[in-house]
Design a protein around this ligand. Structure first.
Ligand SMILES: Nc1nc2c(c(=O)[nH]1)N[C@H]1C(S)=C(S)[C@@H](COP(=O)(O)OP(=O)(O)OC[C@H]3O[C@@H](n4cnc5c(=O)[nH]c(N)nc54)[C@H](O)[C@@H]3O)O[C@H]1N2
Ligand SMILES: Nc1nc2c(c(=O)[nH]1)N[C@H]1C(S)=C(S)[C@@H](COP(=O)(O)OP(=O)(O)OC[C@H]3O[C@@H](n4cnc5c(=O)[nH]c(N)nc54)[C@H](O)[C@@H]3O)O[C@H]1N2
Ligand code: SF4
Ligand SMILES: [Mo]
Length: 680
């Protein structure tokens, strides 16, 4: 396995580790032991040699002089950002002795891990770490910040994270990008759509609250009032039933509740839906008739609509549409919300929840991390943060940062950089980049499993998540063999998972040999879904039991006060969440965050294009440069990018976002907050 590392020069296959659906195949060019160029691997069947600009500029990040190179301990006041170098021995000794004391005095649940998918490698993101914290008996973290609400909503309809094969979407004749900024966030779906456009004359429709790059790529952009998408989908269903554009044979064979749904959607007539969504009545008819009359039609369901109070129900509702027109039986027809179900590996083996020994340890929802640090009783006394940057990405940012400053909280941060979060650490540990590790990757969009073998030596004294948790286990005196396994063993055993037939034949050896191996795909239909009925559940008894309306329904957003704007702080093109926002090169590409507002709102407030405005609510305040125009509807303010704090700037958008939980899955509601805007 040290094969690539041992060659100082060459070109080596790799995989992009970022939390991005495309999970590109890469070629890493190495000279004198350093990465000098990253390009797409033309042999990757889906990504085909094309990669985004942010990863083309990855060498600047990997060899950035600001990479953390050795462990450090805090020397100044909490949050001041003053640290001095220590050895790994001292770091591990400090952490484990503090944890042993805490376990004696307050119990293991006084310790909380906090992580997300800064590196999507399965061993890195949810392997040795989970084993370690299960063994310790720490408070458990519900990792809900990204797609929890939509995941649950989609599951109610479809039984799990199963959509169509994106490679089939070149056959589509209508492609709807619904609340996804795919030009920035799923660029190979755009490439496939472009191919469909060329070869089949496919029409591309974008439904969004912001006329962003994806909206500009569309043949038809439909602006919608935030949080109202389920009403639009229900209005489409109303017309599909009324005008006999539904596929009755499919509904009968493969769904439950299609008759109840027909009666239920009578109330969502286009006039009513237009008032809710802001979409003109004629456009609702045109969209429904286009959808009902075009085959294959494909909906790429994004993360935007589910980052709302009603996000779960919204995705549950949109995901009913392809069933109405029987599109699941057509190659290139159907939908993708996520596809992770196909590549599910043996999580029980990898994460070892049995090490908890049936202890019912408490759970903290990561979207409430600020609240948990400030108010949980008994309190959290130590927080171990890795592969995530909560001081920037978590909602109610002021609460989060106040919580991190607590004198009694012992904070450890493991990262590649001194992030906004790391500034609050008592101990900082340096992390390797994915190019320095062994791991395996399973895309949540395409159907390929991929392997990463280390290409370069670790930067300075940095260590992978797997290695750090092995050291911590040793320091804690844990002797289970789970903490001894090699990466190769862990990959092999995770993939040896007979409960998922799609993985059959995919082994560690086949990955080493081929780099990319496709799941054994077969179409979803004909077949049995993992819903209780085995069919698409247009009517869901499980939802009813959980207290939700059993049929798709429009539920308005929660009351967030009466400030005039709904605030939509989405990701941007050149960063990956907050990753890259601390790298010179990428900041330069992005220049600065803009706040888009409608010209009517700007005129009313005497705000000029290009000036810096104050954006605030009861949670906090930001200052952003305004872009006045028609990119958003009146009453909407959109910005992009999770910028780190720079001295003298107020650009931490999550200062303004609510930490309420969505209707399903305990998801985040980044886009359901209200703000006011005024001249500075
Ligand atoms: N370049 C880049 N790529 C990324 C990321 C990144 O930060 N940068 N992040 C990665 C991650 S972790 C994720 S989860 C994905 C997310 O990528 P996407 O699925 O694209 O999700 P978002 O960017 O959160 O939001 C998508 C769109 O939803 C719109 N939106 C907000 N509210 C509503 C609404 O109520 N209705 C409708 N119709 N639209 C709405 C926003 O304007 C935005 O254009 O991207 C991944 N890829
Ligand atoms: N306002 C607003 N907020 C949002 C969103 C939004 O749309 N709007 N999107 C949300 C979504 S969808 C998501 S997924 C979250 C993402 O939020 P995060 O999970 O915090 O993602 P990043 O900001 O990319 O931070 C990842 C961190 O992990 C570090 N890292 C990378 N690889 C490794 C490794 O191998 N080991 C260790 N120890 N560290 C590593 C990186 O250097 C980086 O600092 O943000 C959420 N926050
Ligand atoms: S961030 Fe996404 S598009 Fe860019 S290289 Fe990685 S997987 Fe590909
Ligand atoms: Mo995400």
């Amino acid at each position: 396995m040290t094969f690539y590392i041992n060659q100082p020069d060459g070109v080596f296959p790799s995989v992009c580790s970022l939390d991005c659906p495309d999970q590109c195949g890469l070629l890493i060019h190495k000279e004198n032991g350093k990465i000098v160029k990253v390009e797409g691997d033309p042999n990757h069947p889906v990504t085909k040699g094309n990669i985004c600009n942010k990863v083309r500029n990855m060498p600047a990040r990997i060899h950035d002089e600001n990479r953390l190179k050795y462990p450090m301990k805090r020397t100044g006041a909490k949050g001041e950002g003053l640290f001095e170098r220590i050895s790994w021995e001292e770091a591990i000794q400090t952490i484990t002795s503090r944890w042993k004391e805490l376990i004696d005095s307050d119990g293991p649940e006084s310790i909380l891990p906090y992580s997300f998918y800064g590196n999507m490698g399965n061993l890195t993101a949810e392997g040795m770490d989970r084993r370690f914290f299960h063994r310790l008996g720490a408070t458990r973290l519900d990792r809900t910040i990204c797609s929890a609400a939509g995941g649950v909503g989609y599951q109610y309809t479809m039984g799990g994270s199963y959509g169509i094969d994106p490679e089939d979407t070149i056959h589509s004749k209508l492609i709807i990008f619904w609340g996804i900024n795919a030009v920035s966030t799923n660029m190979h779906q755009i490439a496939l759509a472009q191919q469909a456009r060329k070869q089949n004359g496919a029409k591309i429709v974008v439904i969004d609250v912001h006329k962003n790059q994806t909206a500009k790529f569309a043949d038809w952009f439909i602006p919608i009032i935030p949080g109202t998408d389920s009403a639009l989908a229900l209005g489409m269903m109303h017309i599909l039933y009324k005008e006999n554009m539904v596929d009755n044979a499919f509904l009968k064979e493969y769904t439950v509740g299609y008759e109840e749904l027909r009666d239920h959607v009578v109330q969502y007539d286009p006039e009513t839906v237009s008032k809710i969504t802001g979409v003109p009545v004629d456009d609702i008819y045109t969209l429904a008739r286009m959808y009902g009359g075009t085959s294959p039609s494909y909906i790429r369901i994004g993360n935007g609509p589910q980052h709302h109070d009603n996000g779960g129900m919204c995705i549950r509702t949109i995901s009913c549409l392809p069933a109405l027109t029987g599109q699941w039986l057509v190659k290139g027809g159907g939908a993708i919300k996520g596809n992770s179900g196909y590549l599910a590996h043996d999580a029980h083996y990898l994460q070892r929840p049995d090490l908890l020994k049936n202890k019912k340890t408490r759970r903290v929802n990561m979207n409430r991390i600020g609240e948990a640090l400030l108010a949980l009783d008994p309190p959290i006394k130590s927080l171990y943060i890795y592969s995530s940057n909560p001081a920037v990405v978590a909602p109610e940012g002021n609460k989060v940062r106040k919580g991190l400053l607590h004198e009694d909280l012992f904070v450890v941060v493991h990262d590649l950089f001194l992030t906004e979060t790391a500034k609050y650490a008592d101990i900082i540990l340096p992390a390797t980049s994915s190019y320095e590790n062994t791991d395996f990757y399973t895309s949540y969009w395409h159907h390929y499993v991929q392997i990463q073998q280390p290409v370069i030596e670790p930067c300075g004294e940095s260590k992978s998540n797997v290695d750090v948790f092995k050291l911590l286990a040793k320091g804690m005196g844990y002797h289970e063999s789970a903490f001894e396994e090699t990466e190769a063993e862990m990959i092999a055993k995770s993939l040896d998972y007979s409960r998922n037939p799609y993985l059959e034949g995919i082994t560690y050896e086949s990955l080493v040999e081929k780099q990319y191996v496709k799941a054994n795909m077969k179409p979803l239909f004909p077949g049995r879904l993992k819903t209780p009925s085995g069919k698409i559940e247009l009517y869901s008894k499980v939802m009813e039991k959980a207290g939700h309306p059993p049929l798709p329904t429009y539920i308005p957003l929660q009351d967030d006060g009466d400030l005039p704007f709904l605030f939509i702080p989405a990701p941007n093109h050149s960063f990956l969440n907050s990753t890259f926002s601390n790298n010179e090169k990428h900041r330069g590409l992005e220049k600065e965050p803009l706040l888009h507002m409608n010209v009517a709102d700007a005129v009313e407030r005497d705000i000029q294009d290009g000036e810096i405005v104050r954006v605030w609510n009861h949670r906090g305040e930001c200052e952003l440069k305004v872009s006045v125009g028609e990119n958003v509807l009146p009453g909407v303010a959109a910005t992009q990018g999770l910028w780190q704090h720079l001295d003298g700037t107020k650009q931490l958008v999550n200062t303004l976002t609510p930490d309420r939980l969505s209707d399903m899955g305990g998801g985040a509601v980044f886009f359901s907050g209200r703000v006011n805007i005024a001249k500075r």
